[in-house]
Ligand binder design. Structure first.
Ligand code: UDX
Length: 432
């Protein structure tokens, strides 16, 4: 099938390459000429395992191309809109400028019977509003939220754990076209939820709100553990054995960041307030507040271990990305803690396998280096993103490299007994 993907950011680039790998004939369109230039040469503009290979294969097969011209969407049967919905500074609500611009520029190029599919995360009510613009063209509109996780984006797109189609009542043609698009991605067991626009829009924000709440719940338990001498990691294991609760997303630490969870819970709160239902999701403000407090807690533990001040102390910050297997530093707790340590006068050397260029761009005042450059002569080591190479560090070997063997494990990712046995002062968050 001929498919266009409007917006080649994180979501759109992965979607376009994945659709081509499923056998479709795809054009990815974006207004950013530099991005389109890189993608056309098979280069991913960000780190995502598996994506460069998919781009190269797609381009070589002739099934994948990129363009800055929206007119190139003409002739496609299905048009995905995957542009960003960033947080507005003033209200915390979602900025729909890019979504509106994408639809307005796309509509003159669609034909009657084409299907326009929104993939962006939007405030509930957006699809209904856009459908009024789409209707006069004779095209169809569906909302098909995306649940991909960074680091697993390709896998999540080519074999999704569920599909959600928000369609207008009675529009079986939209369902049929979406089924055709995803035919090679689903198995007989893949759940497909066919629903209305509002439910589809809400599924996405509800899922992210739930995940954020789960993380802040365990971080709240970490706060209680810290004043009672309990251990949040054991607590998470013990409650996680209850299948109704489950162990996943119960890792306490410096909390959640990235381009989705923080922005989405704020946008959801803002939208609920507009709808006069602010009280229904008021708890999300607390979820956000608990999450941000963990960054301060990590900072306090470092200051405490360094005798009350980090001034002129060398601090090795291990990890800058908001999570492992990503170079994304949007709203990254790790980078935030590094910046705050620097602000307190510490000589911070930040290291990360992939996220140094993005960190440098945002915070050129910080020093970045290799793992060895960070560790050499450090007065304290702070682990903030649990890359597997940091989990695998040998505590005895690096004890000889640092100036003082003080480790603050902001992700509770290391084995306290092993580090203590090697002579380290080990501090986790909410952990004995
Ligand atoms: C998230 C959702 O998981 C995904 O379904 C949605 O489509 C986009 O938002 P992503 O932002 O890629 O995906 O990251 P995710 O793996 O959810 O992690 C989010 C943040 O939570 C990271 O900063 C991570 O370190 C943190 N986290 C996660 C915890 O602090 N503890 C946990 O137990 C799990």
């Amino acid at each position: 099938m001929k498919i266009s993907v409007i917006g080649c950011g994180y979501l759109g680039a992965v979607h376009a390459a994945s659709m081509a790998s499923l056998g479709h004939d795809v054009v990815g369109i974006d207004v950013d000429a530099a991005k389109i230039g890189a993608l056309s040469e098979g280069q991913a503009p960000f780190y995502e395992p598996g994506l460069p290979q998919l781009l190269t294969e797609g381009i070589a097969s002739g099934r994948l191309r990129f363009s800055t011209d929206i007119a190139d969407a003409a002739g496609s049967r299905v048009h995905f809109v995957a542009v960003g919905t960033p947080q507005m500074k003033t209200s915390g609500g979602a900025d729909l400028t890019y979504v509106d611009a994408a639809f307005t520029s796309l509509l003159p190029h669609v034909a009657s019977g084409d299907l326009l599919v929104g993939k962006s995360t939007v405030p509930v009510g957006t699809a209904a509003r856009l459908s009024e613009l789409v209707e006069p063209t004779g095209a169809l509109l569906a909302w098909n939220p995306e649940f991909l996780r960074e680091g697993f984006a390709v896998q999540d797109t080519v074999s999704p754990d569920r599909l959600v189609y928000g369609v207008q009542a009675g529009q079986q043609a939209s369902v049929d076209l979406l089924n055709e698009v995803y035919a090679a991605a689903v198995s007989a067991d893949t759940p497909v939820v066919v629903t209305d626009f509002a439910t589809a829009e809400l599924v996405k924000v509800a899922a992210n709100a739930f995940l954020a709440t789960k993380i802040s719940f365990i971080n709240a338990m970490a706060e209680i553990a810290e004043v009672t001498g309990a251990d949040v990691t054991q607590l998470a294991d013990a409650i996680g054995y209850d299948a109704r609760i489950g162990r996943r997303f119960l890792n306490a630490g410096v909390g959640f960041g990235g381009g989705c969870l923080p922005k989405d819970i704020r946008a959801f709160t803002a939208r609920a307030e507009e709808l006069g239902r602010g009280e229904s999701v008021a708890f999300l403000k607390e979820v956000d507040a608990i999450n941000l407090r963990r960054r301060q807690r990590a900072l306090d533990v470092v200051v405490e271990e360094l005798g009350g001040s980090v001034y002129r102390k060398k601090v090795a910050v291990l990890g800058l990305a908001f999570k492992p297997d990503s170079d994304d530093v949007r709203d990254s707790p790790a980078l935030d803690v590094a910046v705050q340590l620097h602000g307190l006068g510490a000589h911070v050397v930040g290291t990360d396998p992939e996220a140094i260029p993005n960190s440098q761009r945002l915070h050129p005042q910080l020093t970045f280096g290799t793992l060895d450059e960070a560790l050499d002569g450090a007065d304290a080591v702070v682990l903030l993103t649990e890359w597997k190479q940091y989990r695998a560090l040998d505590p005895s070997a690096i004890a000889a490299q640092v100036s003082q063997p003080i480790l603050v494990d902001g992700r509770n990712a290391l084995d306290p007994a092993a580090w203590r046995a090697a002579g380290w002062t080990y501090r986790g968050l909410g952990r004995r």
